[in-house]
Design a protein around this ligand. Structure first.
Ligand SMILES: O=C(O)CCC(=O)C(=O)O
Ligand SMILES: [Fe+2]
Length: 395
């Protein structure tokens, strides 16, 4: 254990206190070592810097019974309470300024709290309603099937390197420039060995696919929010996750409502109806995802290399879904094309884009941006609107 001087500990704690005073008002006490209590703030170990609940429990469990641990999304600190004060005092004495965190380059800093800041519990996200038509089948494939599927898709010379991931198409190629499927069949169809897996989801009522896109994501990579082009694919899109859990984000194209869903490794996601036609889906590029732990608190899951198999059926006729406002087949046909397209494209690509950018900015920058970005982007994008009308979001 590396011991940092008391002066340095006090400096760190004071600096932290100044930064988070909005979150916790005047509940921090005992800067230095003065007023012990049962409540501890772990100043530099939280969800934002990648600590899991298990890691925090592991550090403190040896000192006594833990009563509560609150980990807050987008915060690099967390708050822990012991059942009794002795346990808190002992852990404070042993760990503060001396316990080496991951990689032994940083030490843990602690501060006592006067009371448990109950308002923090409210920062937990309440469960959200999934868009209709979205279903998740966990353990859809076995570990052996996962391995076979991987063998069928890895090290293929025809893999395409995109900015944030690599892709490979079977059956038909999806052209990311135009966001449309190329209707000339590829020489490589979906491998026959995948038939047992395809049979499983066809039995669930999904249209038999004739197109497969394999995406490989390294930790930190993702896919921008998008709606799979209506005119290119039928309803019922399947995504099978291999090798890693991941969080997929969904956003309503109509009102920007958001839902994030954990896709466990070996699960099968069915995106149909409303979730397919009028919501966007995407994966935020990051190395770990915040999610709910078994005890209902928040924790993080670290991403591994993930391969996903997206099965789709290429459309042979125009899309006639009931979500015409988002349907390129129907918008192209409609007489008031320019008006409607401009409106919808502006809503999707302008307002929701700046909304999205704003949330990313506020995750990594904790000041000013949160309120300024939407305004700045609204003004700027309105000027750009004319040229944006002709563009679609490129994957
Ligand atoms: O990786 C995934 O699960 C989704 C991929 C996807 O949405 C797509 O290729 O259109
Ligand atoms: Fe997609």
């Amino acid at each position: 254990m590396k011991k940092v001087t008391e002066k340095k500990v006090a400096r760190k704690v004071a600096k932290f206190f100044a930064n988070v005073s909005n979150d916790v008002s005047n509940t921090f006490i005992g800067i230095g070592n003065s007023s012990p209590s049962r409540f501890l703030c772990l100043i530099n170990a939280g969800l934002l810097n990648g600590f899991t609940r298990e890691e925090i429990f592991d550090i403190f469990i040896g000192f006594g019974e833990i009563e509560n641990l609150v980990m807050i999304e987008r915060k690099s600190y967390c708050i822990l309470s012991f059942k009794n004060e002795c346990a808190a005092a002992e852990s404070y004495e042993k760990l503060n300024g001396s316990f080496c965190l991951k990689g032994e380059t940083k030490v843990l800093y602690l501060s006592y709290l006067e009371k448990f800041p109950t308002n923090m519990i409210d920062l937990k996200e309440s469960p959200k309603v999934w868009p209709s038509g979205l279903k998740l089948k966990e353990n859809f494939i076995s570990e052996e099937e996962e391995e076979k599927l991987l063998d069928l898709t890895v090290s293929d010379p025809q893999t395409l390197q995109l900015k944030h991931r690599t892709v490979k198409h079977y059956g038909f190629e999806f052209k990311y420039g135009s966001n449309k499927v190329d209707r000339n069949p590829l020489p490589n169809a979906i491998p026959e060995e995948m038939e047992p897996i395809i049979k499983k989801f066809v039995e669930l009522g999904i249209t038999r696919p004739n197109q497969l896109t394999v995406n490989h994501y390294a930790p930190g990579q993702g896919i921008p929010l998008h709606t799979d082009t209506h005119s290119s694919f039928e309803d019922g899109i399947i995504s099978i996750s291999l090798c890693s859990d991941i969080v997929m984000d969904f956003m309503s194209n109509d009102d920007g409502r958001r839902v994030s869903i954990v896709l466990p490794r070996r699960s099968c996601l069915i995106i149909s109806q409303e979730s397919r036609y009028s919501w966007s889906h995407g994966i935020t590029p990051r190395k770990y995802d915040v999610t709910q732990a078994a005890d209902n608190g928040l924790t993080v899951i670290r991403r591994e290399n993930r391969t996903s198999l997206t099965f789709r059926k290429v459309r042979t006729s125009k899309c006639d879904c009931t979500f015409s406002r988002w349907c390129d087949s129907q918008l192209e046909d409609s007489a008031d094309l320019s008006e409607k397209t401009a409106d919808n494209i502006e809503r999707k690509h302008v307002f929701h884009v700046y909304d999205e950018i704003a949330s990313h900015f506020s995750e990594t920058r904790h000041w000013l941006w949160k309120w300024e970005i939407p305004y700045v982007f609204a003004v700027t994008f309105q000027h750009w609107n004319r040229s944006i009308k002709a563009t679609t979001k490129c994957l």
